[in-house]
Design a protein around this ligand. Structure first.
Ligand SMILES: [Ca+2]
Ligand SMILES: [Ca+2]
Ligand SMILES: [Ca+2]
Length: 318
């Protein structure tokens, strides 16, 4: 049963609306009264408390899936599995990819590679394979394995992290450190795309002045959402509450061929990161708060406001 949730209206993140109106440039969010919003589905995230949480948007209830830290999750709808990165020894200290049933039982180490880090797992749309990042050969690259951890194969030739499958399973987007730093001092990452067999790597963003990463596909495969510092102005001044900040991230979308990039959050005051786009809507973080937009992008829900959960790497469980 669907529960109707009272939500703040703020269409700053109108992903689908931005994409379907090519002649309309994104502007500042209009102010509007609160409205009742129906949002369904579940989200998993790496909570700031070091635990993996699964949150039901219908009920507003949440529970820890595991007691270990994770950072990227994707579901296998048939088996109700959640795959995540384990950083119990510390981030980038022998991280592994684990899989667990969504009820928190049957935790299993899929990679079991104690001399390297494994992170950023993503299920293939048909549920048969898992793409992930590993530094087992030196620099981070994108690999793929069967869901039982066998058949590991390297896909990328360039540096590669956080793979994301296209909905039809034929292509994989990922972020790649291409060298150097942006004018603000961020590492210069770009969003790349390749065929699912690792061939035809292409740099889609190809901008040395911005950090462009963490891609996620639209359900129709036409668009890719990503996080980027591209909108940071030359005279950027960090906000008073965060003097350490060197640039600003927003959520952008571009066509899957890299053209027509648009800033869909456009907020210099806040850090927007980690988009995950599914038929349920789009989830991302704003200053560590979990924000959900519904499927037509018209309404936004601050999940953290209701649940008290803050974290990183939110992902839909479908
Ligand atoms: Ca490892
Ligand atoms: Ca870049
Ligand atoms: Ca921002």
């Amino acid at each position: 049963m669907t529960r109707r949730i009272l939500a703040r209206f703020a269409c700053a993140a109108s992903f689908l609306a931005a994409c379907s109106s090519p002649d309309t440039s994104p502007g500042p969010p209009p102010s509007a009264p609160s409205r009742v919003l129906t949002v369904e589905g579940r989200i998993v995230l790496a909570g700031d408390d070091g635990e993996i949480h699964m949150l039901s948007l219908q009920t507003g209830s949440s529970g820890a899936v595991t007691s270990i830290e994770g950072d990227q999750f994707d579901p296998d709808g048939h088996h109700r599995l959640v795959v995540f990165r384990d950083s119990r020894s510390g981030v980038n200290v022998d991280d592994e990819i684990y899989v667990v049933r969504s009820d928190g039982t049957h935790v299993r180490n899929l990679t079991d590679a104690p001399d390297s880090n494994e992170w950023g797992p993503a299920w293939s749309p048909d549920g048969t394979r898992i793409a992930f990042s590993s530094d087992r050969e030196g620099m981070p690259q994108v690999y793929v394995m069967n869901v039982d951890g066998t058949g590991v194969e390297r896909l990328s030739d360039v540096e590669g992290e956080y793979p994301a499958w296209s909905p039809d399973g034929t292509r994989i987007a990922f972020e790649s450190y291409v060298g150097g730093t942006t004018p603000f001092g961020d590492p210069n990452y770009d969003v790349f795309i390749m065929d699912a067999d690792g061939s035809n790597e292409q740099n889609l963003t190809n901008d040395p002045d911005s950090y462009d990463g963490y891609p996620s596909w639209s359900p129709d495969g036409e668009w890719i959402a990503f996080e980027s510092t591209l909108a940071t102005p030359e005279d950027f001044e960090p906000p008073a509450y965060d003097r350490e900040r060197i640039s600003d991230f927003d959520i952008w979308v571009m066509r899957a061929d890299g053209t027509d990039p648009r800033n869909v959050t456009a907020n210099l005051e806040t850090l927007e990161k980690f988009p995950d786009w599914s038929s349920e809507g789009v989830v991302y973080t704003r200053e560590g708060a979990i924000v959900v937009t519904n499927s037509d992008g018209s309404v936004e829900l601050d999940v953290s406001e209701q649940s008290g959960l803050f974290g990183q790497f939110p992902a839909w469980v479908t």
